[in-house]
Each structure stands twice: as structure tokens, then as C-alpha cells.
Write a protein that binds this ligand. Structure first.
Ligand SMILES: C[S@@+](CC[C@H](N)C(=O)[O-])C[C@H]1O[C@@H](n2cnc3c(N)ncnc32)[C@H](O)[C@@H]1O
Length: 225
């Protein structure tokens, strides 16, 4: 029984990685079609205001679209993803940035030593993974004391019903059915609970965007007593 369910789980994981890989070449184009340029620009602009980030690890960097926004303000970035195809696109897109290296890694369990990074970044990752609490715990483990956790996640929270319907239509048209693990609509309260359970103190937790919304969250690692 056990061996069998492990096999099923492994196959599902491989399928998910393959699905992301298949999207890699058109991912940015399709994302902009679905959510529009305005929210992507607003996220990039807000991210670029994060100064002196130090040594950063990004989980689920995809094509590196948002990695670019923090490149100037970080000493070094390790951009990671489970999909090698996504990382290949990211390497191509970010080839002029000397302070970025790329690695395959699962955000739920990396091989990083404890307390290695000044900041962890995750953009549009938490809502697509099955156990977001594992990514929060892993972030906590690998952050230095007082290190920053920055999370951005597109969300239906705060959106008008009609806009949601239009977005869902555009999504299905371009990307097909969302993955089974897709939770879609994380709210600030969900992030608050996830972050506090993992041991983070919340610095910022709000919605960005006009018609299309994204959560912008910033937390600090405080030592657990
Ligand atoms: C919705 S895309 C977001 C990509 C990018 N951050 C962006 O916002 O443009 C989600 C990304 O997370 C990656 N991913 C999915 N599960 C992951 C996991 N467990 N660990 C690390 N990356 C993962 C996928 O391969 C994909 O590149």
C-alpha cells in the first residue's frame, strides 16, 4: 500500500513539474494576457522599492519576470524553481545580471543550511502548492534572524465578480484547467495565519491593484522563544 501511494505521489509530482515546464516558453505572454500589464507593473514597481536585500533566495522564480525587479537591490540572488524548463527561460532572460545564479529546488525542502539568507521571495507560488505551510517553515529555517520574507500572490480576493469571471475565462482560454493544487484566492488573513504559525512577525500585508488584485506581504523572522 505504502509503496504504491508513494509511487502515485511521485507520478503526480512529476506531472506537475512537466505541466509547468510545458508552459515555460509562453508563460510571461500568457500571464500578461490573463492578468494584464498593470498589475505586473505595479508588483515590479513595489518590489523595486525593497532596498538592501542582501543575499536572497527566490522560490518558484518561473521565468524570472519578477526576479528582475529586485536584482539591483540584492547582493546575490539564488533563483530556484522545480521546473528546469522555467529555469532555462529565466537564465536566458536574466543573462545580463551577474549577481543571479539558478538552481532546481523544491520550496518545501531545500538543501540550504539554516540561517543562510537575508531575504526569501515567493511570487505567485503559495497558491499553486499543496502545502504552503511547508514553504513558510522552510523560509523560516533558512533565513537569518531578522531576515525578510516577501510574498506576492495574485488573488481573486477584493475583485469584483464580473472581473473574476472575465479573468477565469481568459485563464482557461490560455492555460487550460488550473492545476488541482491551485487555491487561487488567498486572502490577507490566510497569509497572516500562515506567517504567524511559522514564526514571522508581520510588517506589511495588503492588496495591490485596481481591477486585478495581488497580495503584498512582508514579514520578519523573529526567533522563536
Ligand atoms: C504561477 S508560476 C509563478 C512564476 C513566477 N514566480 C511569476 O510570478 O512569474 C509558479 C512557479 O512555481 C514553480 N513551482 C511549483 N511548485 C513548486 C515547488 N514545490 N517548489 C518550487 N517551485 C515550484 C513552477 O514551476 C512555476 O515556475
Amino acid at each position: 500500500m505504502r509503496g504504491n501511494s508513494g509511487g502515485v505521489h511521485k507520478k503526480m509530482k512529476e506531472k506537475q513539474e512537466k505541466d509547468w515546464g510545458n508552459m515555460a516558453d509562453k508563460f510571461d505572454e500568457n500571464t500578461i494576457y490573463v492578468v494584464g500589464e498593470a498589475i505586473c507593473e505595479e508588483i515590479s514597481e513595489r518590489l523595486s522599492q525593497e532596498k538592501e536585500l542582501g543575499d536572497v533566495v527566490e522560490f518558484g522564480c518561473g521565468t524570472g519576470y519578477f526576479t528582475k525587479a529586485i536584482a539591483k537591490n540584492a547582493r546575490h540572488i539564488i533563483a530556484t524553481d522545480v521546473s528546469k524548463e522555467m529555469l532555462e527561460v529565466a537564465k536566458r532572460e536574466l543573462k545580463d545580471h551577474r549577481n543571479i545564479t539558478f538552481r532546481i529546488a523544491n520550496c518545501k525542502a531545500t538543501d540550504s543550511p539554516d540561517k543562510k539568507f537575508d531575504a526569501v521571495l515567493m511570487v505567485n507560488l503559495l497558491h499553486v502548492i499543496k502545502e504552503p505551510s511547508c514553504a513558510m517553515d522552510e523560509s523560516y529555517r533558512i533565513l537569518k534572524d531578522n531576515g525578510s520574507l516577501i510574498i506576492i500572490d495574485l488573488t481573486g480576493c477584493g475583485m469584483k465578480k464580473l472581473e473574476m469571471l472575465k479573468l477565469a475565462f481568459r485563464y482557461i482560454r490560455k492555460m487550460g484547467k488550473p492545476p488541482k493544487t491551485d487555491k487561487g484566492n488567498l486572502a490577507p488573513k490566510d497569509l497572516e495565519v500562515l506567517a504567524e504559525n511559522a514564526g514571522f512577525e508581520i510588517e506589511e500585508n495588503k492588496l495591490l491593484g485596481d481591477k486585478i488584485k495581488a497580495l503584498y506581504f512582508k514579514g520578519v523572522k523573529k526567533c522563536k522563544k
